[in-house]
Design a protein around this ligand. Structure first.
Ligand SMILES: Cc1cc2nc3c(=O)[nH]c(=O)nc-3n(C[C@H](O)[C@H](O)[C@H](O)COP(=O)(O)OP(=O)(O)OC[C@H]3O[C@@H](n4cnc5c(N)ncnc54)[C@H](O)[C@@H]3O)c2cc1C
Length: 535
């Protein structure tokens, strides 16, 4: 049987599209979803897996950027708060409110009352959509969050923002899935190797390489969107596109360790370097970070210095039974923030740089570059790109339905009624964190109906496949059909967060993964499993 990826590559080969999106991180994903939703013929390619760049290394937060109040970026904060609210309304089961429990240490650059007033302003700027902030006295912090080392704490505050329930990369993939459902062509492991603009024909001649089969494809596109995140400048240089904006890159590291507190809140501190430091619940684990180090290249890895910075801060700020050591690290996340900067002056203090995104349009060569941005701001990026593409002469039409968001309440109700009729939740295995029906709906939207069909016929397919990971047989079959999983890591690290929460010593075993390999890869199971275990 032809895989969906093969079918997509066949469509690309020798074809022509209105718009080619290069890069399948959040910016590329929303570009494809918004354009496809507006009737544009769009193709998206990523040289690795979708969301394998920065978009799988974020803090998983959809937030209004409270910290930018300090640098007086009122408009940015207001915009991000409204973007967060829109995401929350559009993705009610994925983008969820969470409380941020912030403690202020003695000697901090601002009084805690002032910080609290900032949180109040922040709440107002978000149209009071979240629960109201509250001022925390030292004794309240000690009583409610005994895990916090209160020896130097003078007070604090609690306020709300949002987090992405499953993970950032799954959130991104769901935009790509939606784009494909609206007619877009998308392929992972497909690199753009050459781009040449023909002034006569007013289109781009694109050379692509299918990195899996090592074969070259040709395509023409009226417009090209460079959504390669930290690699935007590099691709622009290759193509000879000059831009006013460029990127400064800042490395951010998170470490994942066993759960340090049962408190389902983000603990927020100011680290030893004065910047924000988070202790974030991540399913059965805790994610701690982050660092903020300026780097010259997009390719980064976690150094011992990074690990020690994060661990030292966690140990100083938390009251733990035993200090965390490198041996406690279950998984690591490392990415670079692409920060947009006007001009070529790279001597600016990057910490002060705005997190605003910036589109640059080359009208003559029909080329759009996306600089900076955040997951939180993604809907605005999608909409601005539709306007930009239309400015370049591509015909767009008003969508019949919203190009983003979970299916509507009627679809959800129908799904839940069907699930109830099947007594699906009674098949939820012991010790699992939530009922099957809620989990299926959040992860797969209307595709969850296919799971009901499968489990209705074969109730045993509601059984979990990998110990400690909440994925059923039926889900893996569905993911194998619908989620363009080419390598094991695509499933374990990006469509799911299994590789982040299940320690490698129990996960990276033939006996643990054999069943999953068979469901995901069929005849190629043994080879894909060996590739993962040897990798
Ligand atoms: C530590 C950290 C924490 C963060 N936390 C948050 C947060 O909590 N909330 C928030 O809103 N934002 C957060 N951000 C910011 C956010 O994650 C990024 O701004 C966003 O993910 C960038 O997305 P992107 O699509 O621009 O880039 P990427 O996700 O890097 O996507 C670019 C894609 O292009 C592909 N590519 C590159 N070159 C080519 C080529 N030649 N051909 C084909 N494909 C190519 C890459 O493989 C990659 O998949 C954080 C960032 C960091 C680093």
């Amino acid at each position: 049987m032809t895989s969906e990826r093969d079918a997509m590559l066949s469509r690309l080969a020798g074809g022509s599209v209105d718009v080619l999106v290069v890069g399948g991180g959040i910016n590329g994903a929303v570009a494809a979803a918004a354009l496809a939703g507006h009737g544009v013929q769009v193709a998206l390619v990523d040289r690795a897996d979708f969301a394998s760049g920065v978009s799988s290394h974020s803090s998983n937060l959809a937030w209004g950027g409270i910290k930018y109040l300090e640098s007086g970026e009122w408009r940015l904060v207001r915009k991000l708060c409204l973007s967060r609210n829109r995401l929350m309304d559009a993705f009610p089961s994925t983008v969820r409110e969470i409380r941020f429990f912030t403690s202020i240490q003695r000697g901090f650059r601002m009084w805690s009352v002032l910080v609290w007033l900032g949180a109040l302003l922040y709440w107002l700027m978000g149209n009071c959509r979240m629960s109201a902030p509250r001022f925390l006295r030292r004794k309240t912090i000690i009583a409610e969050a005994p895990v916090i080392n209160a020896s130097e704490v003078v007070g604090g505050l609690e306020y709300s923002d949002c987090y992405l329930f499953d993970n950032d990369s799954r959130f991104v993939f769901n935009f790509i899935r939606r784009a494909m459902d609206a007619g877009a062509t998308a392929a992972n492991y497909t690199e753009v190797t050459a781009l040449e603009f023909s002034s006569d024909q007013q289109h781009w001649q694109v050379s692509l390489r299918d990195c899996e089969a090592n074969r070259d494809l040709q395509l023409t596109a009226k417009v090209v969107i460079n959504a390669t995140g930290p690699n935007v400048d590099r691709l622009n240089a290759t193509v000879g596109v000059d831009t006013e904006h460029h990127h400064l890159l800042s490395k951010g590291v998170h470490l994942i360790v066993d759960r340090v507190t049962p408190l389902a809140k983000v603990l927020t501190f100011f680290a030893s370097d004065g910047r924000l430091f988070f202790v974030i619940p991540m399913g059965p684990k805790t994610c701690i970070g982050t660092t903020d180090t300026q780097v010259a290249r997009a390719e980064v890895s976690v150094s011992n210095e990074d690990r020690d910075f994060v661990l030292a801060n966690a140990n100083a700020l938390l009251e733990l039974p035993e200090p965390l050591t490198r041996d406690d690290i279950i998984a690591e996340r490392v990415g670079v923030r692409p920060l947009a900067i006007a001009g070529a002056d790279t001597s600016r203090d990057w910490v002060q740089l705005s997190r605003k995104h910036q589109l640059e349009i080359d009208d003559d060569r029909h080329f759009i570059s996306i600089f900076g941005g955040k997951l939180t701001d993604c809907l605005n990026v999608g909409e601005e790109l539709v306007a930009a593409v239309s400015q370049l002469g591509v015909i767009t039409r008003s969508p019949e339905q919203r190009w983003y968001g979970e299916p509507d309440a009627t679809d959800r109700r129908r799904f839940l009624e069907r699930a109830q009729h099947l007594a699906l939740d009674e098949l939820t295995e012991d010790g699992v964190s939530e009922p099957l029906s809620l989990r299926f709906w959040r992860r797969y939207g209307n595709y969850a109906n296919e799971l009901l069909d499968t489990i209705g016929e074969h109730p045993d397919k509601a059984k979990l496949v990998i110990p400690e990971a909440e994925y059923t047989h039926a889900e893996l079959e569905l993911m194998s059909r619908r989620e363009m999983i080419v390598h094991f890591d695509d499933f374990l690290r990006r469509r799911s967060k299994i590789a982040l929460v299940v320690p490698g010593r129990s996960l990276r075993k033939e006996s643990t993964l054999r069943g999953a390999a068979r469901l995901l890869f069929g005849d190629s199971a043994a080879a894909k499993l060996a590739e993962y275990l040897e990798g």
